[in-house]
Design a binder for this molecule. Sequence first.
Ligand code: HEM
Ligand code: HEM
Length: 435
Amino acid sequence: MARSASRYSTVAIVLHWAIAAAIVFQVLIAWRMHDLKTPLGFALTQLHKSVGITVLLLSLARLAWRLMNPPPPEPARLATWERALSKAVHVLLYVIMIGMPITGWIMVSASRIQIPTLLYGVIPWPHLPIADLPAAAKAPWRSFGHESHEWLAYGAYALVALHVAGALKHQLLDRDMPILARMAPGAKPGAWFDPRLLVVGLAGLGVIAAGELIRPPLPAAAPLAPPAAAMEDDHEDHGDHAAPAAAPVASPEAPAPAAASAPPLTTAPIGPSHWAVGKGSSVGFATSWSGQAIQGRFDKWTADILFAPDALDKSKVSVSIDLASANTGDAQRDQSLPTADWFDAANHPKATFVADRFEPAGEGRFVAHGKLTLRGVTKPVDLPFRLKIDADKARMSGVTSLDRTAFGVGQGDWQATDQIPGKVQVSVQITATRR
Ligand code: HEM
Ligand code: HEM
């Protein structure tokens, strides 16, 4: 029999083994995903989505190729039942290869927790339009996606077992019918064993080891660079800075750099002054995920500051923060933060902090009593801060802690505080010049 008539084309062979390897890997990481709320579970799920969509694209390519390039004729000596069974298994394998990713895609699109899909952390992949349905209409899609994904997974286990058993039966028991040679790279038709098949076996073991051991990069803990955010004035758009800068989160006990050795405050002119926010200012937050520290900051915010240490009763500060600009140094996580599960920036684009009562709290120290409005909820918040004024330059730094759950930040599964604590530390550092 001519080689071309007894073997699948190279394209079909490459696609077959790439898809098979991806599916085995995919199932192994699915078994390790468990808890989406832990960083490793989250990272494995992101990888699972990426590999799954890759399988979808490869399988569609494989199907298109097959329609244009029919497979080699089956060995004439196959029994009719074998022919029928192998055909049925092949058709069902295509159903798995395409159905699994599509049901997974439905599941994540209809999920209560809207986590955007970034393939391999880089390429944005859209949700299906069902993501925009109202919650009640989404629910049936969610359970359909979930259940069919699970049932197709059981089907996949059975079919792959049958498929491999069939290939091995012909290879080992019916040695005159080397089915494997039709698909295995390097194997020759007519030869029941070829050493190159060992390579396939070893590659298979490699895929299994990778699926068991791989630890995809966890969402960054505190990857942000030291502060570099330039803020020319308080109305500048801070989103344009090329290098993301960290919000240095000072511990409340540690003396803030600005006030480490505060000389006596220079007396300001009578009445509070207006201050323009300058370079190096930041509004940051710190929390943790499964014990792993996360530091973030807001890239866009503005502040109106009318303040004088000797005219506290006439002082007033208001800060407006663009919630969509939250930056924790992890693209995937940062896409989730503005969603309805967290800040709900579509409905409440800004958080505001307005303080109009200030209390002296010792040399160079004050407490701002204000109101924070976040996600449509307004609550009193006190911000203790240190301040150093040197002629027309001022530096302040303050840290406070908030209960995110009181503002509804973290919905659904994220309400629980076992992985992400309720308390979030918020830090503000401002360098300002008198206007
Ligand atoms: C998840 C894993 C796998 C999937 C989804 C899969 C899928 C498929 C599909 C859909 C076909 C039919 C190709 C066509 O005619 O268009 C096929 C053929 C084939 N597969 Fe797999 N396969 C997998 C794993 C394996 C493994 C592990 C082996 C070897 C032990 C294997 C050996 C073969 C062989 C020999 C053929 C050709 C059968 C024939 O000549 O009719 N496959 N596979
Ligand atoms: C060839 C493709 C795929 C295979 C073989 C596969 C396989 C699996 C398996 C075996 C599970 C565990 C099922 C269970 O025991 O409950 C699972 C879960 C899951 N898969 Fe896939 N999957 C594929 C593609 C996808 C895609 C493309 C997505 C999303 C875009 C996805 C999203 C999920 C999610 C979110 C879960 C967790 C479900 C839960 O909450 O329990 N999968 N997958």
